[in-house]
Design a protein around this ligand. Structure first.
Ligand code: FMN
Length: 176
């Protein structure tokens, strides 16, 4: 099967998760076309058997380009088996780790013309050294407010890779 995997990543971590899924789907015999949302890909009806979008949260929001891209392709998305995954730090809290309890995703899809058949909520990476000064201190504040890691040397991957693998399996089982 032909998969389209669109990712939106600021610091490369959602891209890393996308690459892991790509490897899983490719190993199962599928062809995966992976594209960066920032490159504003344009797709045609019937080009892909399945479409998957993955995006990270920054200051409470997905990339500004995400909603317009979905709107532009809403008919194709709605007529193709499709899935979405979200990457954020606060998804490492068990009470914010499902599509129903992850506020960013719930709010986003409450306004979206597209409703994916599967939604994955993944915890991302904390890596203060990657951020500029303002982002570093803002992230530290977010972590402090949430009783998380505030040491500026910290580099932590909170991702549950088994959860990512299960999402990948669910996508493979989606009927076309
Ligand atoms: C400047 C900045 C702001 C962030 N804001 C949030 C946020 O509001 N909520 C959250 O849960 N995670 C937040 N995060 C965490 C990111 O979603 C997480 O680090 C993710 O792994 C980033 O993925 P990416 O590298 O693909 O962009 C923020 C990270 C940074 C650097």
């Amino acid at each position: 099967m032909n998969y389209l995997l669109v990712y939106s990543s600021r610091f490369g971590y959602t891209h890393k998760i996308a690459q892991t899924l790509e490897a899983q789907w490719t190993a199962a015999g599928n062809t995966v076309h992976m594209v960066n949302l920032a490159d504003a890909p344009v797709i045609q009806q019937d080009e892909y058997d399945k479409i998957i979008i993955g995006a990270s949260i920054r200051y409470g929001h997905y990339a500004a380009a995400l909603a317009p891209w979905i709107k532009r392709h809403q008919h194709i998305l709605s007529n193709t088996p499709s899935a979405f995954f979200s990457v954020s730090i606060l998804a490492n809290k068990p009470h914010r780790s499902t599509p129903q309890t992850h506020t960013y995703t719930r709010k986003f899809f409450a306004k979206s013309p597209w409703q994916p058949q599967i939604i994955g909520i993944f915890a991302g990476e904390l890596h203060y050294a990657k951020y500029n000064l303002l982002d570093r201190y803002m992230m530290r504040l977010v972590m402090k407010l949430n009783k998380g890691e505030t040491c500026l040397n910290a580099h932590i991957e909170y991702t549950d890779w088994q959860k990512v693998r299960e999402f990948g399996e669910q996508v493979q089982k989606l009927n076309t």
